[in-house]
Design a protein around this ligand. Structure first.
Ligand code: S3P
Length: 457
């Protein structure tokens, strides 16, 4: 598990590709859906078979936590995962601290599950997760009767004392967060009454889709023009097989690389095209990207398709603030793309980036400046001025600081493919949280990205 206490850093170096990137690849399974499949499988009655699960550190932490809570979770030799659930209400008290590593989704959703079970659990995580705000979930979850004892500022490590007889929560989200919405819905499974979450801005709805797939009663209604999700409590979940589509947030990196390296033509297979996840594709189209969706279909209630991307000259745009929830994890890579595009790209309404795996607004501003790009940021927006030749930091002797953030590492790796001197990143190890085969997959397409000192690559 990537942890500031233990791991040795793996410096990464990316340099401009001599040849175009070409090929068809499948990036690993969707992280959001993988966490949810393990959790719902673990709560269902019967055996759930999961194919295409992301085997990144974040998801493996959730698998270990579900085991510690009493579910049986086993990987088969063919790469499928079998989960035998305990039934809603059947989670057991873990005998040790649950270490969620770098995984914000894993930690927050799990707190929801535990909140409505009559047990006590302790959660911790790596240096990044221990800095992230948890009050956004503990405040609403306390409404069901659970108690939380956290460090100052509502941070991990924390103890959850689950409710003895949980009642349904009715909550209006103060921040657009699928994690908070999902934590409340998961708590509602073992509560009496109807759980209601009002979301003024729509966020990814994987939890709602998968809950229906497992037999729970979930509806989305409109009240005064605002979306409200309602879940019927005391639910019975029945095991259901899950085929995890490829992760659009991981696909964003090869997509960006193909757009930046002249002559490239790359196809990404089986990408999850949930409307709550495709804001980046929309933005790139507005910038002039040649993107086509092929073979569109639906699996387990999720829309899926292959994305073909060809090198394109891009122009900066203003990204509408209301699009932020549907591309929240893609702003680092968009900022890298914007550095090469003609003109300026303005990204308002992205204050949430400050509380992701790192302060991504600060990380992108500092890193892009280091690479010779003009960039401005304030509390909740960023503007990247592109167009000029990007120098990179390959000769400066100063590497980009990853700060335990996988997406910062990958965004700068992609920028290195189009920056004159290449880009050096101090530590690629966090990439294993979401995209363990990032470097070999990118090299397969023809990208010159390597982990320094790794003779095998
Ligand atoms: C996620 C929701 C988003 C996203 C995260 C995964 C999820 O977080 O940044 O990587 O799986 O629900 P927020 O809901 O906190 O914005």
């Amino acid at each position: 598990m990537s942890d500031d206490r233990h791991h040795l850093s793996d410096p990464l170096f990316a340099t401009p590709s001599a040849a175009p990137l070409r090929g068809r690849v499948r990036v690993p399974g969707d992280k959001s859906i993988s966490h949810r499949a393990l959790m719902l499988g673990g709560l269902a009655i019967g055996q759930t078979r999961i194919s295409g699960l992301l085997e990144g550190e974040d998801v493996l932490a959730t698998a270990a936590a579900m085991r510690a809570l009493g579910a049986s979770v086993e990987r088969q030799a063919d790469g499928t995962w079998l989960v035998n659930g305990v039934g809603v209400g059947g989670l057991a008290e873990p005998s040790d601290v649950l270490d969620m590593g770098n995984a914000g989704t894993g930690a927050r959703l799990l707190m929801g599950l535990i909140a409505s079970h009559n047990l006590t659990a302790f959660l911790t995580g790596d240096g990044s997760l221990r800095r992230r705000p948890m009050a956004r979930v503990t405040t609403p979850l306390a409404q069901c009767g659970a108690q939380f004892f956290a460090r100052e500022g509502g941070r991990l490590p924390l103890a959850v004392v689950g409710a003895k007889a949980a009642v349904a929560i009715d909550y209006r989200l103060p921040v657009a967060s699928a994690q908070v919405k999902s934590a409340i819905l998961l708590a509602g499974l073992n509560a009496t009454g109807t759980t209601r979450v009002t979301e003024p801005e729509a966020t990814r709805d994987h939890t709602e889709r998968m809950l229906r797939h497992f037999g729970a009663k979930v509806v989305r209604i409109e009240e005064d023009g605002v979306g409200v999700v309602e879940l019927q409590g005391e639910a019975v979940l029945r095991a259901a097989d899950v085929l995890v589509p490829a992760d659009p947030s991981s696909a964003a990196f090869p997509i960006a690389a193909a757009l930046l390296v002249p002559g490239s033509d790359v196809t990404l297979s089986d990408i999850c095209l949930n409307p709550g996840r495709i804001g980046l594709l929309e933005t790139l189209r507005e910038m002039g990207a040649d993107l086509t969706i092929e073979n569109g279909r639906e699996e387990n209630g999720e829309p899926i398709g292959d994305v073909r991307v060809r090198y394109s000259r891009l122009t900066g745009v203003t990204v509408p603030a209301e699009r932020a929830p549907s591309m929240i994890d893609e702003y680092p890579v968009l900022a890298a793309i914007a550095a090469i595009a003609d003109g300026s790209t303005h990204m308002p309404g992205i204050g949430e980036l400050r509380v992701k795996e790192s302060d991504r607004l600060a990380a992108m501003t500092d890193g892009l400046s280091q690479c010779g790009v003009r960039v401005e940021a304030d509390a909740d927006s960023m503007t990247v001025h592109g167009g000029a030749d990007v120098v990179g930091n390959g000769r400066s002797g100063q590497a980009i600081k990853t700060d335990l953030d996988h997406r910062i590492a990958m965004a700068f790796a992609v920028l290195g493919l189009a920056a004159r001197d290449g880009v050096r990143v101090d530590d690629a190890a966090p990439i294993a949280t979401s995209f363990p085969d990032f470097v070999p997959l990118m090299r397969n397409l023809g990208a010159d990205i390597r982990i320094d000192g790794d003779a095998a690559l």
